[in-house]
Design a protein around this ligand. Structure first.
Ligand SMILES: Nc1nc2c(ncn2[C@@H]2O[C@H](COP(=O)(O)OP(=O)(O)OP(=O)(O)O)[C@@H](O)[C@H]2O)c(=O)[nH]1
Ligand SMILES: [Mg+2]
Length: 605
């Protein structure tokens, strides 16, 4: 039997997981001599490369001495926490990376808590020790305290520690040791990560934890084999979470080697392979021996905490830029997403709209971004937290929030967060003159907070949060104060009017951009919406063509991105998303209807 180690690399966002995997691939000699490899090679999809973050967990395998090491790189951003949860069940050990300067962050806690829950012993890697502000001793203490707080057992508390600079390709047991290579880390993996349990002699039991597809063979399940063997051409029983069963033959078996996938004939207990041949294979399904099927526990992933209504674009500019615009097409696309993305949910709401739920704004935003790149056109409403009822009590999700701010902004940060019902749990002065403030806050209070926070801290504040738990509902939290500048006419915006409107607030549009009545074209400097006319062309006669005219100096409009729009909009607004444009509009385009609604709202207060 082959000697196998299965590990997942887990950490808070940006602490260096994918960079570390690069080095493990490189230094184990997995690449061919002439193979050209990009930095952060595992971040292979388009949005991952653009943003430099990992979104989907991915696996690879290396050979070290007489061992095969299967490695799963996981995303660090809190919104993709569901990816990490399901991956942890597939491995026998984790590398927990912690940035030697930033220390333990919200997602460090989240992922470590899950790993401890699965009984895994972490190999702790204090990473980025090359950084100027790094303080490995302090960070090491933080990790130890965290493990104690998480009720780790004796064995887990004796976790091995390495000090590393993944980017520079070395890890070592003691800070005093020489900066050389990754050998100490390879050895620590071999020494401390247990061998897989189970045996190739038992009846087959395997579980799918990720889906993939291939133009030739269709759906592929990436699978951990817990017992027995899987052989190409043999017949197995697929057992789904609901207990339903179906028999199929494995048409193709794929093994991992570095960034490559190779066809294999057979694999056995302990290994991770990709299996084709089961048409309706899903995440969480078990592949079992056909005569003695014993299914594995279906996977538990924490429920979504945030939802947003996605609907068909019904604005005046609808259908001009997108390829897929109907509710049927949108439904089909969302259904496909839900098959692979088990941390998300979708529910048709009637009226050509769907409720899409996930772990956070970024997760939903990435789905929306992928859809617009595929040619979809649709609208999104303001994200809402998923409220539940437990024993007759209304409950809402809470988050653990850490903000790092220069000392002078401590006051404003605490004040603003107070208004959003945050409760401060810790205040730590950091060596670099900043202050680290920790809070527990209703997730609702965080919607739209990032923009405000960055403005208040002149861009110097850093915030990080991650899901904590459901708690009793806290009542009203404050949201956006400035009103919207709303266009009162259809047509193309005129430079002269935009120039005049600049005094009223911050513009979102440039001259010649298409606008319509009810479209939000800027943020007002004051509270309350303002209907404005961006088409006033009367001044055109006494002006020369735009561009050559010194009189009209337009400030660059604020760039509206999908995520900034999701943060910015209020309940009575929508984001219109097409492959080309992102616009914000009022739900109701009719100014009379809006005025009446505003009056009713005022009267009800
Ligand atoms: N100074 C320093 N920077 C590093 C080191 N390791 C990684 N980085 C940098 O940290 C940044 C994030 O690295 P990634 O490997 O993408 O981090 P990650 O943990 O995979 O991030 P997510 O997958 O998005 O959670 C990159 O700019 C790396 O170059 C290190 O040892 N020292
Ligand atoms: Mg990564």
């Amino acid at each position: 039997m082959q000697k196998i180690k299965n590990i997942a690399v887990i950490a808070h966002v940006d602490h260096g997981k994918t960079t570390l995997v690069d080095q493990l691939l490189q230094q184990s000699g997995t690449y061919e001599a002439h193979q050209e490899v990009q930095e952060r090679a595992m971040d292979s999809n388009e949005i991952e490369m653009e943003r430099g973050i990992t979104i989907l967990s991915k696996n690879t395998a290396i050979t070290y001495g007489d061992h095969k090491i299967n490695i799963i790189d996981t995303p660090g951003h809190a919104d993709f926490g569901g990816e990490v949860e399901r991956v942890l069940k597939m491995v026998d050990g984790v590398l927990l990376l912690v940035d030697a300067q930033e220390g333990v962050m919200p997602q460090t806690k989240f992922v470590l808590k899950k790993a401890i829950g699965f009984g895994l012993i972490p190999v702790v890697v204090i990473n980025k020790i090359d950084k100027d502000g790094s303080d490995p001793d302090r960070v090491m203490d933080e990790v130890f305290d965290l493990l104690v707080a998480l009720d780790a057992n004796e064995e887990q508390l004796e976790f091995p520690v390495l000090y590393a600079a993944a980017r520079d390709g070395y890890a070592k047991h003691e800070m005093e040791d020489e900066n050389k290579d990754m050998v100490p880390l390879f050895d620590a993996i071999i020494e401390h990560v247990p061998y897989p349990q189970g045996s190739p002699e038992n009846d087959t039991q395997a579980q799918v934890f990720t889906l993939d597809s291939d133009n030739f063979v269709g759906r592929i399940g990436i699978t951990r084999i817990f017992n027995g063997k899987v052989k190409k051409g043999d017949e197995y029983l697929l057992v789904k979470a609901d207990g339903s069963k179906s028999k199929s033959r494995i048409s193709k078996l794929i093994g991992f080697k570095g960034l490559e996938r190779i066809e294999i004939q057979e694999a056995e207990a302990g290994d991770i392979v990709a299996i084709a041949g089961f048409n309706d294979i899903d995440v969480g399904d078990s592949i079992c021996d056909k005569t003695n099927p014993v299914a594995l526990d279906p996977m538990h992933v924490e429920e979504p905490t945030l939802s947003v209504i996605m609907s068909v674009n019904n604005g005046p500019l609808a259908g001009q830029e997108g390829k897929h615009v109907t509710s049927n097409k949108i439904a089909e696309r969302l259904e496909k997403e839900m098959e692979t993305n088990i941390a998300m949910r979708m529910e048709p709401m009637g009226d050509a709209s769907f409720k899409v739920s996930g772990r956070g704004e970024l997760q939903i935003g990435i789905l929306a971004e992928n859809m617009r790149r595929e040619g979809f056109e649709f609208m999104l409403a303001r994200p809402e937290v998923v409220v539940k009822e437990e024993n007759g009590v209304k409950m809402e999700p809470f988050e653990h929030l850490v903000v790092d701010v220069p000392e002078e902004f401590q006051g404003v940060a605490i004040e603003k967060l107070g208004k959003r019902k945050a409760n401060m749990t810790q205040l730590t002065p950091m060596p670099d003159g900043t202050v680290r403030l920790e809070f527990e806050i209703p997730a609702r209070g965080l919607i739209g907070f990032r923009n405000e926070f960055l403005t208040d801290t002149k861009g110097e504040g850093i915030m990080n949060h991650s899901y904590l738990e459901y708690r009793a509902y806290t009542g009203k939290v404050e949201s956006r104060t400035p009103g919207a500048l709303v266009s009162m006419d259809d047509g193309e915006a005129v430079a002269f009017s935009i120039f005049n409107l600049q005094a009223r607030g911050v513009m979102f549009i440039s001259a010649q951009e298409k606008v319509y009545s009810g479209m939000v074209i800027g943020e007002s400097a004051r509270p309350g919406d303002l209907d404005v006319n961006p088409l006033k062309g009367k001044a055109l006669t006494n002006m020369r063509t735009s561009g050559t005219d010194e009189a009209v100096k337009l400030v660059k409009p604020r760039q509206i991105t999908l995520e900034s729009a999701m943060e910015w909009i209020e309940d009575d607004e929508l984001i219109e998303i097409t492959p080309i444009s992102i616009r914000i509009r009022k739900k109701s385009l009719d100014p009379v209807v809006r005025k009446r609604a505003a009056r009713d709202k005022k009267n009800s207060k």
